[in-house]
Design a protein around this ligand. Structure first.
Ligand code: CO
Length: 497
């Protein structure tokens, strides 16, 4: 391996393996029969080993080192090399022993979590979780950090994000969003009961497909399937897939999961094919990814203009169920703000309090200021404090999310960061696209998609998230955009002074 071309070919090889693993994972969640599991786990583990060997290959490291000094490379080429080198150095820090320990621990923890949740018994998960926490602490020291061990974990999902950043964001949430939510809770009640009737599965599916097509999701470069938990995945920009879940007794589940996952997939379909297999052909971070899904889900998919256009169509699918509903009632119902137990069902405002609670707990666990044994009581106290809600059981409380059983610590904050990026990007798009609301009322989101493509999607990892945000909006991530959006929208919905 000598030159930049060799690097490109090698990098593509690594990427091909990861994308193949994604295909196997997608299949596992959608179509694989029960008994497929045993060998599938083995197949994935074999591919993971091959990828790891390629990623940490000594000669590859030497090549990157040489190319780092190559003055003939252009800006984009330099960016690729610099990011691949960063990745190489990171991977080098993990011993084969650590990787092995991690994979054994995670499969055990996942099983324990599932049983514990089923039986509503936190004790069954306690030991595994405590081992996972220790493993992540070990990892933070292995990767290194400046101030807080949790920084090292945040950096895995959102490069360069620190505890300082997240603390200041959640300080704003506590100071401004929490009182605003309280104000809403003390005002009138919205009736959203029409969502919870019987809605035929096939018709729901068809309506979801209509919405995806309207967004500009390309079904020649993707498809939708059913899975237990909606997700999006991609194998290339030419094949970016999504899944949804249909609850016949709750219409809202399908609608906003389609739009959300569709938003993720539009990002992947918008990355340039010619950059496949290199950092420039990759999305930036989980936060920026989530900004795309949330922008479509909330700023588009929960707006008055959007439902002014789409409600009639929905009504033609369910004329009897929705005969006494109009688009304004529908708009109000899909923006019902109400404290609830389960994060994944939360509205777009209280959602961030769910994330705040997990963030506070995770940070303390990794810093060593909280013990796993105290989690259920800690969890319940925080739900009372921030959401004023009593948690009836650990299954509906501390055991509700899968993330910790997968060892994902440092992941939750990206959900909130993503939403706040979405608000900031959308505010900017509204400035640059004339009459964006009027266009939306006629079902036209083409210009918005083109804007997102040009400003975000086509760049892949050309810029860090923080720099990208500054380039697009003129400033770093700023909470005020989300708060302004929330105040403007919900003061009208709830008639607040
Ligand atoms: Co998402």
């Amino acid at each position: 391996m000598k030159n930049y071309n060799d690097y490109i070919n090698y990098s593509k090889k690594i990427y091909d393996i990861h994308m193949s693993m994604s295909v196997l994972n997608w299949d596992m969640e959608t179509h694989m029969p029960n008994n497929g599991n045993k060998f599938r786990a083995q197949q994935l583990s074999t591919l993971a080993k091959i990828a790891y060997e390629l990623e940490t290959n000594f000669k590859y490291g030497k090549l990157l080192e040489r190319l780092l000094k190559d003055k003939t490379l252009n800006k984009d080429q330099k960016r690729n090399i610099s990011l691949s080198n960063k990745q190489f150095i990171k991977k080098q820090k993990y011993s084969a022993e650590f990787i092995q320990k991690q994979s054994t621990l995670i499969s055990k923890a996942f099983k324990d979590w599932r049983t514990a949740k089923e039986k509503n018994d936190f004790n069954l998960f306690r030991k595994s979780l405590s081992e996972i926490v220790n493993l992540r602490k070990e990892e933070s020291y292995l990767l290194g950090f400046n101030e807080n061990p949790y920084d090292a974990l945040l950096d895995i999902y959102e490069p360069n994000l620190t505890v300082n950043d997240v603390d200041s964001i959640f300080d704003n949430v506590k100071d401004y969003l929490v009182p605003f939510i309280n104000k809403i809770n003390n005002s009138n009640h919205i009736d959203d009961s029409f969502f919870y009737q019987y809605y035929d599965q096939k018709k729901q599916w068809d309506f979801g497909i209509d919405l995806l097509k309207q967004m500009g999701y390309n079904f020649d470069s993707g498809r939708q399937d059913i899975s237990a938990h909606p997700f999006s995945t991609h194998f290339s920009p030419e094949d970016a897939r999504i899944t949804t879940r249909i609850d016949e007794n709750n219409l809202s589940d399908m609608i906003w999961s389609c739009i959300h996952e569709g938003g993720h997939a539009l990002y992947e379909q918008g990355v340039l094919s010619e950059n496949y297999g290199t950092p420039l052909g990759n999305s930036i971070s989980l936060g920026i990814h989530e900004s795309q899904s949330r922008l479509w889900e909330n700023h588009v998919g929960r707006s008055l203009a959007y439902w002014k256009h789409n409600f009639n169509k929905l009504q033609t699918y369910f004329p009897n169920k929705l005969k006494n509903v109009n688009y304004k009632m529908f708009y109000h119902a899909c923006n019902n703000i109400k404290s609830s137990l389960i994060r994944t069902n939360a509205d777009e405002l209280t959602y961030h309090l769910h994330v705040l609670i997990r963030y506070e707990i995770e940070k303390e666990l990794i810093e060593g200021n909280t013990n796993v044994d105290d989690l259920p009581s800690k969890w319940n106290k925080l739900y009372k404090k921030y959401l004023n809600i009593d948690v009836p059981s650990d299954s509906l409380g501390v055991l509700q999310d899968i993330h910790w059983s997968h060892g994902s610590f440092g992941y939750f904050p990206t959900y909130t960061i993503g939403s706040f990026y979405a608000a900031q990007f959308y505010a900017q798009a509204s400035k640059e696209i004339t009459n964006i609301d009027i266009k939306m009322e006629s079902g036209d989101t083409n210009e918005l998609l083109a804007w997102l493509r040009k400003k975000i999607h086509i760049h892949g990892q050309r810029y860090d998230a923080k720099d990208l945000c500054k380039m697009i909006t003129g400033e770093e991530l700023n909470f005020k955009y989300f708060m302004n959006y929330a105040k403007d929208k919900y003061s009208k919905i709830y008639n607040l002074k």
